[in-house]
Design a protein around this ligand. Structure first.
Ligand code: NAD
Length: 494
């Protein structure tokens, strides 16, 4: 396989098991690592969404997937996981070129999608409700767990295959039919996976993909009366709009939104591990990561040495595009986003933080792409924009603390609550921090880590609902109570 493709991949929507050409002008996607036109997506309209929802509704109501025994759905999900594994390189290249990330990172995303499908396949055997068997001699209560119906899935651009895996695997395992609206920037892998799903045995019309912009295709999906549930991953501002739009049809939503995680390093930590972890927390996926630990909180007594080591390591980080297998970081997703990242970097210096490394747009061999050198700021205070706003770029903001209480207060001083990390060898401190930090996940002596079994989601401005794990599957279900009497009701009425 070649490290980069030279073809322009052209896609239609995927509706009713086949590719459907879009109407109107296509959406051109230029790879942010080199500016080359890599893909063309259809610009979905409200009519395209309606056609996809009709297919999903028909298949759901017919029971062709929703009424299959879980064991049969499980077999199909395993076949889909195997098909994705067979096409790993192609899918990774699609994601790498559209996102502008090095291929090894994109391969890991595809592997993540496979892992979610395999785990969800196991869960499909285990869908169960509850039974109350001690209500009386002729009286039982059954709690049935049923698929929620048609699920609308809306995904962002930073981990295209992985985000898809975190939603689709559990939706299909639960027995839902799906209409997926991937990011308009990175829709290729979703369409390729939809094709593979058909070959793996997912019946036509159960998985539909409509590409296009959020304000049109996305909004139409959220407002559709034929959609029972929307699972959204993206920015907090969009999540607010989606929750409001879903309210008009009293639709349940799950919102996986932005973050501003703290990575808290105590003086008693293993400092080699903590340095690695701090770099990973801030710069993994070029910082375009909702669970980035972009606020590095370091205990005062080790801060000087710790920051010195961070800067030395940051200066060795290599940036590169899909073909650069040895690169650590890739390009930023688009020019407008880069401008925002550079504006936040400028705000750091203007507000009095000290820029110790990076922070500039790269020219030279990187001039054709959108590359920003990873930045380390020291002396960041809680009132600064760098402490408060999600950067979604390669920027580490260092703040020093003097006590556990201060670390907790600083970490929780954010509107977000997605993931925080703690580095310490003291188990009491680790447990105290875990309980005190207000976020959906707390990592101890690791960061941005976890198998499909672990539920994932946020609190506060980071959203609500959980993906992954058993809880992730249950999001795609409803409970139905069934009360059964075999004798006469007492007292009888009238
Ligand atoms: P975004 O909110 O702009 O877009 C996300 C998706 O929503 C895209 O598919 C987009 O087309 C669609 N969309 C936009 N407006 C819409 C509308 N009005 N109705 C329906 N759909 C609409 O976010 P983004 O720029 O793609 O992603 C970056 C953001 O996503 C960051 O804030 C990041 O923190 C967040 N994110 C969160 C998680 C998580 O799991 N919590 C994971 C990845 C990214």
């Amino acid at each position: 396989m070649t490290a980069t493709s030279t073809d322009i991949r052209t896609y239609g929507h995927h509706i009713g098991g086949r590719s459907v050409a879009g109407s109107g002008e296509p959406i051109d996607r230029h790879g942010p690592a080199d500016g080359r036109l890599v893909a063309r997506f259809a610009d979905g309209t409200a009519d395209d969404v309606a056609a996809a929802v009709a297919q999903a509704r028909d298949t759901f109501d017919s029971g062709v997937w929703s009424a299959l025994p879980g064991a049969e759905r499980s077999r199909v999900l395993l076949a889909l996981a195997a098909a994705i594994a067979d096409h790993r390189e192609t899918l990774a290249l699609t994601d790498a070129e559209e996102v502008g990330k090095p291929l090894p990172l994109a391969r890991a995303d595809v592997d993540g999608a496979i892992a979610h499908l395999e785990y969800a396949a196991a869960l499909a055997h285990e869908i169960r409700g509850d039974a109350y068997t001690d209500l009386g001699p002729d009286y039982v209560g059954l709690v049935l767990r049923e698929p929620v119906g048609v699920a609308g899935l809306i995904t962002p651009w930073n981990f295209p295959s992985l985000s898809l895996g975190e939603k689709l695997s559990y939706a299909l395992a639960a027995g839902c039919s799906v209409v997926l609206k991937p990011s308009e920037l990175t829709s290729g892998s979703a369409l390729e996976i939809a094709g593979l799903a058909g070959e793996a045995g997912v019946p036509a019309g159960v998985l539909n993909v409509v590409t296009g912009y959020g304000a049109t295709a996305g909004q139409a999906l959220v407002e559709s009366p034929g959609v029972d549930f929307v699972s959204f991953t993206g920015s907090t501002a969009t999540g607010q709009r989606i929750a409001a739009a879903a309210a008009t049809t009293v639709k349940r939503v799950a919102l996986e939104l932005g973050g501003k995680g703290a990575n808290v390093v105590f003086a008693d930590a293993d400092l080699d591990d903590a340095v690695d972890g701090a770099l990973f927390a801030s710069f993994f996926n070029t910082g375009e990561c909702c669970v980035a630990g972009s606020r590095l909180l370091v205990e005062e007594e080790i801060a000087d040495e710790f920051v010195e080591r961070l800067v030395a390591r940051t200066e060795r980080i290599r940036l590169g595009g899909p073909a650069d297998e040895g690169a650590d970081l890739g390009a930023l997703i688009h020019e407008q986003h880069a401008e925002r990242v550079l504006d936040l970097i400028a705000s750091g210096s203007a507000e009095g933080a000290r820029l110790l490394s990076g922070g500039e747009r790269l020219g030279g061999e990187h001039a054709a792409g959108i590359f920003v050198a990873p930045a380390v700021f020291d002396g960041v205070r809680p009132e600064m924009r760098l402490f408060r706003e999600e950067v979604f770029g390669p920027v580490m903001a260092v703040t020093r603390f003097g006590s556990v209480e201060e670390a907790i207060a600083l970490a929780n001083d954010t509107v977000y609550g997605l993931g925080n990390s703690v580095w310490t060898k003291d188990i009491d401190k680790a447990l105290r921090m875990t309980r005190a930090l207000r976020s959906g996940t707390v990592w101890v002596n690791t960061t941005i880590d976890g198998p499909p079994q672990m539920p994932f989601g946020g609190v506060k401005g980071s959203g609500y609902g959980r993906e992954n794990g058993r809880a992730g599957l249950e999001e795609y279900t409803e409970l139905k109570s069934c009360v059964i009497r075999s004798g006469k009701r007492d007292p009888s009425f009238g």
